[in-house]
Design a binder for this molecule. Structure first.
Ligand code: ADP
Ligand code: ADP
Length: 230
């Protein structure tokens, strides 16, 4: 079953010199529901642009983007969760209030907020840090908070842009395991952007290789992992 589909998608930015930067495409891509897809490629090849247009954070210059059969247009649809490399949590809120933020803003009732936040805190191993502020945490722990913030919104498609890019190699390995656990338990479709081919190969069902100028998907590799989800 096709979960998200990009057809003939291009993104052109206005360039500093008055010309234009052809950042992406044309790209055709189908994500199957529940698959773990990674995109690898050199810096500047258009990976973030691909993620941004799929998420609805940036409009494509050309082409169509469907999520669950509906055109993604100009805003992040409910059902899509995004995690960035930069620590996106609010420094003035505690870990638990950061994780609750999106639900509260959406007007979710307090008991449901508590239930989902407790679950996400347990799931991401943040129990001892509920009342801490982001600045008191390590980089790895802060990324756990970011993933927990996405998890509570119960996304069906999770897009991650270099989520472990700022972490050391050992922490990255641990976070890779956390991401697999998240993928297994939520049943979500995952698209992970990474410059690390080893990370992509360890985690994904399928890897798209992107080349620069203009950013295009030039290879589609199936990892054929024999694995099951709960
Ligand atoms: P990657 O994520 O693979 O590093 P990006 O998608 O960030 O690549 O960028 C692709 C290309 O588009 C690069 O040449 C980058 O400089 C350019 N680009 C990205 N965002 C913008 C923008 N907002 N305005 C102009 N050019 C941009
Ligand atoms: P990444 O490689 O993680 O995508 P970049 O350095 O390419 O990081 O981009 C960081 C931010 O700057 C992004 O929001 C991107 O859209 C923007 N950006 C990148 N290149 C340009 C550019 N040439 N002009 C304007 N904005 C840009």
């Amino acid at each position: 079953e096709v979960h998200a589909e990009l057809t003939g998608v291009k993104r052109v930015y206005p360039g500093a010199d008055g010309g234009s930067v052809h950042a992406l495409g044309p790209v055709d891509l189908k994500l199957a529901r529940g698959e773990f897809y990674s995109v690898v490629g050199p810096s500047g090849c258009g990976k973030s642009t691909l993620l941004d247009v799929l998420a609805g954070l940036s409009a494509p210059t050309e082409g169509s983007i469907l999520f669950e059969g509906r055109e993604v247009a100009g805003r992040v649809p409910p059902g899509i969760g995004v995690v960035f490399q930069e620590d996106a949590s609010f420094p003035w809120l505690t870990v638990q209030d950061n994780i609750a933020f999106g639900l509260r803003r959406a007007g979710t009732d307090a008991a449901e907020v508590d239930r989902r936040v407790s679950y996400a805190i347990g799931f991401m191993g943040l129990k001892d840090f509920r009342k801490a502020y982001p600045a008191q945490l390590s980089g790895g722990m802060r990324q756990r908070v970011c993933i927990a913030r996405t998890l509570v919104m119960q996304p069906r498609l999770i897009l991650l842009d270099e989520p472990f890019g700022a972490l050391d190699a050992q922490t990255r390995l641990l976070m890779g395991d956390e991401l697999l656990k998240l993928w297994r338990e939520t049943g979500a479709t995952v698209m992970l952007i990474t410059h690390a081919l080893d990370e992509a190969a360890m985690l994904s069902d399928r890897i798209g290789v992107m080349s620069a100028r203009p950013g295009r998907l030039i290879a589609d590799i199936r990892t054929e992992w024999p694995r099951e989800r709960d």
